[in-house]
Design a protein around this ligand. Structure first.
Ligand code: F6R
Length: 248
């Protein structure tokens, strides 16, 4: 793992955007695996700015998002499709038909999960997977559990995730408690993984993911097996990792 140490959220965003734009420049028809949440917003702003200035183009890029809430329509402002359109896709020159987010409204989740895995396979896998990390160590919505789940699946969100994400819902009772998420296989098969983390509330998950045992109780720990992980994080998010490494 390579660590890109940043002073704060702004620098983390810029460094993550640099890695994504390098990927797009190197392989214009690349497949980007994308995340939602607070962590990537600054990187998406930076990418949109570069595209606006014509320093970068997403014209040939395909994207696959990690996850979507079950039961939310694409037009719902809380859906991850809506988030992606607003924060990135509508601000860059990506072709909308090449952007993919699981269908939260699907009638048959098992069929939708199989469709999504087949789609990622058909695209030839993911070139660069951008990941945020949950305070409980989730990646995508691969929540802590008894086993790593290989394929795209429907998952019940844990109390920790529901609590962390309630801030995005004006009416907490409207928050779905299930989501469709890419499984561990496609994340691990991504040719490069970029993990972004900012803030002290991520410090424990980051330290345990990269220095603790590999366990489904902390799904991000599986990234220790990936040969090309770049962790782009600020000092606060790295604080406990630094301590754990100093203790070795
Ligand atoms: C979002 C996703 C989640 C988030 C994680 C961190 O698509 O897959 O794993 O990356 O919950 O969320 P933030 O960035 O809001 O702290």
């Amino acid at each position: 793992m390579r660590i890109v140490r940043c002073a704060g959220y702004r620098e983390m965003s810029r460094q993550a955007a640099n890695l994504i734009s390098a990927q797009v420049i190197m392989k214009p028809s690349c497949v980007l695996g994308l995340a939602t949440g607070s962590s990537p917003v600054g990187a998406y702003d930076q990418l949109a700015e570069w595209v606006k200035k014509k320093d970068l183009s997403f014209a040939e890029v395909s994207t696959v998002n990690l996850d979507e809430y079950r039961g939310l329509a694409p037009q719902d402002s809380h859906s991850y499709r809506y988030f992606m359109d607003n924060n990135l896709f509508d601000r860059v020159d990506v072709r909308k038909e090449r952007t993919n987010v699981p269908d939260g409204l699907c009638a048959d989740p098992a069929a939708e999960c199989a469709r999504y895995d087949a789609l990622v396979d058909r695209l030839g896998g993911i070139d660069l997977q951008l990941l945020g990390i949950g305070r409980n160590g989730h990646i995508g919505f691969n929540e802590p559990g008894d086993a790593f789940i290989r394929d795209t699946h429907l998952t019940a969100l844990t109390e920790s995730t529901l609590e962390a994400n309630r801030r995005f819902f004006e009416d907490a009772s409207q928050m779905p408690c299930e989501a469709l998420t890419l499984g561990i296989r496609h994340i691990l098969q991504a040719r490069r993984v970029v993990v972004i983390a900012s803030g002290v509330e991520k410090a424990d998950a980051i330290a345990r993911a990269f220095t603790g045992p590999v366990t489904p109780r902390l799904p991000a720990s599986i990234l220790q097996f990936h040969p090309d992980v770049v962790l782009v994080a600020d000092e606060a998010a790295l604080s406990l990792l630094d301590k754990a490494e100093a203790a070795v």
